[in-house]
Ligand binder design. Structure first.
Ligand code: BGC
Length: 364
């Protein structure tokens, strides 16, 4: 029986077992872990990229559907059509202007992979592409898997040896709880997130424009036309970004058609104290009745409506059309490393980075 990491393993309960899930093109074996709970939810997470590959959730009639985008195999995840589906993203999620930043008076250049900027941690060894070590566990809350990866000093151009843990747990309250911990031996920028794309009607359903969204944010960070924050923090009031009460995604999205984001792809400055786990968003699909709630300790969330999805054929031969999924990526603000006025993303040696994100599910 595998060891529990969060206290005693429950008597009689078996932590989940990993199954082989093929190999990466570098020949590394990949494993897939299945978590189950009494509410009929199933989550599958693979060791490549500590990636959520499936999340099966009942609707208001008890019919179960997989609500996250993904691929059937590792080759799919390695393909150019994979847009970070379900992965752990970093070391620095979202964009760094021109891939340049300075730490302790030293300038760093990380790869520019989303011209003219750096996006989501790099090209070959970003966190979505490496194989993490897995350790399953079970506590009173439910089944889980803890993934660990140590990124060597200089990997993808980032300073410091960064030691990370990401644990996923499926709780008895129908929540997928994701907890991150990181430490470094030198000051370095860190901004981790999970990049799941949700469609509450089931992955591959044609649109999310009918999903009703609430985001508890009075403000957001406007960007230039390469999606880098200008440094201003503006009110959402009077803009299509005002989700303080529920709005359908499709209601005002056309007002953003001609922007660089071609829809919603914005960082919201979340209300309430960061560092405190608080409810920050709710999404309801009126057709299936499925409801997603999001809680986090982070100061921001990137709300992205799959504007760059392009009809790729993925898991179960389903097609992922433009705006057929949404992401709510809990994180620090984009390009924080170049904005001293934003909450810092610099992790100092000896300090501990922590981040909790809870995706909760119900149906009504
Ligand atoms: C970004 C988008 C990007 C997507 C896929 C999101 O986090 O905000 O601009 O297209 O990730 O890479």
């Amino acid at each position: 029986m595998a060891m529990s990491v969060l206290g005693a393993t429950m008597a009689g309960a078996e932590p989940p077992k990993g199954e082989p899930f093929g190999k990466t093109s570098r020949g590394e074996p990949v494993e897939l872990y299945t978590l189950k709970n009494k509410g009929g939810l199933t989550a599958k997470i693979m060791t490549r990229g500590a990636t959520l590959t499936e999340l099966n959730v009942p609707d208001k009639n008890g019919d179960v559907a997989d609500v996250v985008l993904g691929w059937d195999d590792v080759a799919g995840y390695e393909s150019a059509d994979n847009q970070y589906f379900g992965c752990t993203t970093g070391r620095v999620a979202n964009r760094i202007a021109k891939g340049k930043f300075t730490v302790l008076n030293k300038e760093y250049q990380v790869p520019v992979n989303n011209a003219p900027n750096a996006l989501h941690g790099g090209v070959e060894r970003s966190l979505d592409k490496v194989v993490w070590k897995a350790e399953p566990f079970e506590t009173h809350r439910g089944q889980g898997v803890k993934f660990t990866y140590t990124s060597p000093d200089g990997e993808e151009g980032y300073p410091g040896k960064l030691t990370m843990e990401v644990s996923y747990q499926l709780t008895g309250d129908n929540e997928l709880r994701i907890e991150y911990i990181a430490t470094s031996d030198r000051p370095t920028p860190v901004n981790l997130t999970n990049h799941s794309y949700f469609n509450l009607q089931g992955a591959g359903s044609p649109t999310v424009l009918d999903h009703e969204v609430t985001i508890h944010a009075d403000k957001y960070t406007p960007t230039d036309d390469t999606l880098i924050p200008t440094g201003k923090i503006d009110p959402v009031e009077g803009t299509p970004l005002d989700f303080r009460s529920a709005h359908k995604i499709g209601e005002r999205i056309e007002q953003l058609d001609k922007t660089a984001a071609i829809g919603y792809d914005h960082n919201f400055v979340l209300n309430g104290a960061s560092g405190t786990l608080r409810k920050i968003a709710r999404v309801k699909d009126p057709k299936s009745g499925r409801v997603l709630t999001v809680q986090t300790t982070e100061p921001g969330v990137q709300f992205y409506t799959g504007n760059f999805l392009k009809g790729q054929k993925a898991k179960g031969s389903k097609t992922y059309a433009h705006r057929s999924a949404l992401c709510l990526e809990t994180q620090h603000f984009p390009d924080s490393v170049n904005h001293p006025e934003f909450p810092t993303t610099i992790l100092k040696a000896g300090d501990k980075y922590t981040h909790i994100c809870v995706y909760g599910f119900s149906a009504e």
